[in-house]
Design a protein around this ligand. Sequence first.
Ligand code: GLC
Length: 738
Amino acid sequence: MKSIFKTIMFGAAAILAASCSYGTSETDKKVEELLSRMTLREKIGQMNQLSGGAELAEQASKGEVGSILNCVDPVAINQVQKAAVEQSRLGIPIIVSRDVIHGFRTMFPIPLGQAATFDPAVVEKGARVSAVEASAAGVRWTFSPMLDIARDPRWGRVAEGSGEDPYLDSQMGVAMVRGYQGSNLSDPTSIAACIKHFVGYGAAEGGRDYNSTMISERSLRNTYLPAFKEAADAGAATLMTSFNEIDGVPSTGNKWLLKDLLRDEWGWKGMVVTDWSSASEMIAHGFSRDTEHATEQAVNAGVDMDMMSYGFINHLEQLVKDGKVSESEIDRAVRNILKLKFDLGLFDNPYVDENASAAVDYAPEHLAAARQCAVESAILLQNKGHVLPLDKAKTILVTGPLADAPYEQMGTWSFDGQSEHTVTPLAALREEYNVIWEPGLEYSRDKDKSSFGKVRSAAAKADAVVVFVGEEAILSGEAHSLSNLNLQGAQSELIAEAAKAGKPTVVVVIAGRPLTIEQDLDECDALLYCFHPGTMGGPAIADIIKGKVSPSGKLPMTMLRDAGQAPFYYNHNNTGRPNDGTEVLLEDIPVGAGQTSLGCRSYYLDSGYGPLFPFGYGLSYTSFEYGVPVLEQSSLDKNGTIKVSVELSNTGKATATEVAQLYIQDCVGSVVRPVKELKRFERVELAPGESKTVRFELPVSELEFWNIDMEYVVESGDFRLWIAGDSASGTPVSFSVI
Ligand code: GLC
């Protein structure tokens, strides 16, 4: 009796104490009450995340596992959960996590393709569908959205992000957080988002994954952090530290990043998990002596949960006893973990209905959402002679290794997508045309040209030729960097072979990154670019080829002429010697040319200056015309709002959607500023001959940046503004901030 009374009094005291020192919400009180009853060992158990399923039940029953990842079998999940809830002393449920990056069963386009839609609503819908399907299997935490700014397509993980622009990245990241988490985390269809990889991972030198990054604090704050801040403010429940080091400090041990900035400056109250073994990898970095030292550094830097380095579970108890890690740090971490579990409703509903998935996986409305996203993600880069749409062709040759590749079409991070549900372009085109099918190559790296003769003779019988090339899924994603971005294998030769018949030749690229395709453009009439479009990529591409819908996608990353140009991005600084078109190229250099005769400008002798296609570029089946933007005011104070409009007209023959993009340039700053910055965009559908006044409002406060004094301010001065269909077009207008 005495011990129960003591427990009640102790618990009450803890609640009282909690209400004084930590949050006063009901959840905070529950967290404090539970924390007060936990042993140090039990607290540390919550900080331990392991990959596995039913085999982890034993450790869960001892309270040694706070979360599991990579188990999507609801029966096994319930087994581990039962061990945690019904056998461990305190019955704390585990969180089940998974990389649900662009779909769970129904696969949406890879995130880079979703960014190409410039449509946050369709991206939010995709995340919502992913959450419904994943939570039905028992997954309640996803390691998405990836918010890493990527300026180098050699990096395989450009596939998982939203490209090179902070504003587009922010819009997509917030949309995904909202889609995953819904209106209330405790809703059983909600899954906790995880904004990653914090931070600067995409700046890996050479585009080589995991490589060092050298990013100044100002560049971090002006380029790499904004999307994280927006997503954190939007309520992202968790955050993942990145593998890379920034100027010698690995993110998993970076106290400035994880405490001073994330907690103190931003006031973010979510839960921080490491990347897979990124804590113990600080040994390889040369930042930690051993796993115990890495654990001490990670926890003291602000990490809450350890993914698969086993350091926390094996060393934290001793570190606390040795006084190297205070128990208050442990309490901080466990509070964040317990709060997430209460917010997810796991204490009230820890188990998953083992039959729930059948009702939601690949539901018709999910497939329809994936198809719409795939349609909007397709980018038309070339359409000579308006050969697309193929609305008059009866018989077409379909060739190429990506035409009927259901697994490859889903792209990277498609663990749980089932390729038998994928509808390929070949299958979809067969519904629309009389199709002659000649693969030509078996897979994207295939160099065997022995069946090219069949392709050539088949092309002669067809009204048009459609060649599907690109990348197998494995050629992009984590640890899959490339130094050469040309089409692999004999794909370029296949295009040239198919084109020899002289029929309208359409190339469809299905890849995980922007490839260097300049030489292929010359061989074809039209080129449609699809970043691995997912389960419904086939019908989406067929809808576009048939002309049922016009393509509307826009490049979320600059497309290079040559991998040697990387990194290249539209929002670059101007340099003191920007290219001005006077550059002399390799073939034009006179023999014996004098040292300074070629133009002292920032360019390449061989590939010149500009990219193949700029950020924001994409054609449609019609033509759009922009008027000159009209500013309501040409001089504004810092509390003002820029109100600008532009007349947008459909001057062609087809109904289509244009993504109108608003860019600004801060002409002179206390530090140099990018030549352009995307600040708004809007999808506008217009019928042939229709015009619309597109209006944007942009608070002057959104011109803030981190200046020479590391203050986040708007500086007075002159600005220019464009509204156009891509980052390289448009007529600028000027305004000033006083
Ligand atoms: C991987 C990735 C990370 C992923 C995690 C769990 O190494 O870097 O993005 O969420 O491990 O699979």
